[in-house]
Design a protein around this ligand. Structure first.
Ligand code: ZN
Length: 255
């Protein structure tokens, strides 16, 4: 899987331009020219004295309107960032005219055909989009690649760990990649692939788990599914049944 991903990332077709993604609108982080400690910022934190859970909304509303009267010559911006740990959130400001107006216009802009689309986004936005697009392309490559592995594992999403036993982990991994002692020991003997004495077919993991007549009854009695994806997938019940199948057919030590 690692090599597959490496090839995929090194492939020349994997480029940002392929995503048709416009990076010109990414917001840049720039350092302020003036250090914050020399700026004379006036901050009023009177509202933070009131614990949110112990203060009624209308009390916050009246206190806010009262405060605003002291700042009539100032330009008003409405945000939801004015709170401390114990503090004051945005919801108490319902009923504040400026706040409600800003909220109304924001909602209207989402659906209005007259609203202009501003092509800006943060680095965090791009990271999320690129992650999603990368996974989509990876999934597409995986699905269309000529490998038997994607029959067993159609999705690139990781599977949960089925077992903590080392031997069982080895068994399920060997079955998934189709390389077991049973099916490939002929290579060590420099011989032709081994044929099934019952069916005359070459012994493969697929033949043993799906088609072999010799094991058909055991397979049925243990409710072993008819697809490799189900037999060797992330389902714990199927995994345990497969282990029982291998033990009953005495194939357990041949994997
Ligand atoms: Zn067979």
């Amino acid at each position: 899987m690692f090599n597959f991903l490496k090839d995929f990332l090194l492939d020349r077709s994997f480029q940002l331009n392929n995503f048709k993604f416009n990076c010109s609108g990414v917001l840049k982080h720039e350092h302020a020219i003036t250090p914050p400690w020399v700026m004379e910022l006036h901050s009023n934190t009177d509202l933070s004295q009131h614990i949110k859970s112990e203060t009624m909304d209308y009390t916050f509303r009246n206190l806010t309107l009262s405060l605003l009267e002291d700042y009539q010559d100032y330009i008003k911006f409405y945000t939801d960032g004015s709170k401390t740990e114990a503090g004051v959130g945005a919801s108490p400001y319902i009923g504040i005219p400026g706040n409600e107006t800003a909220d109304t216009y924001a909602k209207r802009a989402i659906t209005s055909p007259e609203a202009s689309l501003v092509q800006i986004c943060s680095l965090g936005d791009i990271k999320g989009v690129l992650q999603s697009l990368t996974l989509q392309q990876w999934q597409h490559r995986w699905t269309s690649s000529l490998t038997k592995l994607n029959v067993i594992k159609p999705s690139i999403n990781p599977w949960p760990t089925l077992t903590t036993k080392r031997r069982h982990e080895v068994i399920v991994n060997r079955l998934r990649i189709g390389h077991t002692w049973l099916t490939h020991n002929f290579l060590m003997r420099h011989e032709d692939p081994t044929q099934c004495t019952t069916c005359g077919e070459i012994i493969t993991v697929e033949h043993v788990l799906l088609h072999c007549r010799k094991y058909a009854d055991t397979k049925t009695s243990l409710n072993i599914p008819d697809h490799l994806y189900e037999i060797l997938g992330p389902d714990l019940k199927n995994f345990n049944n497969t282990l029982m199948f291998l033990q009953q057919t005495k194939l357990y030590n041949l994997i």
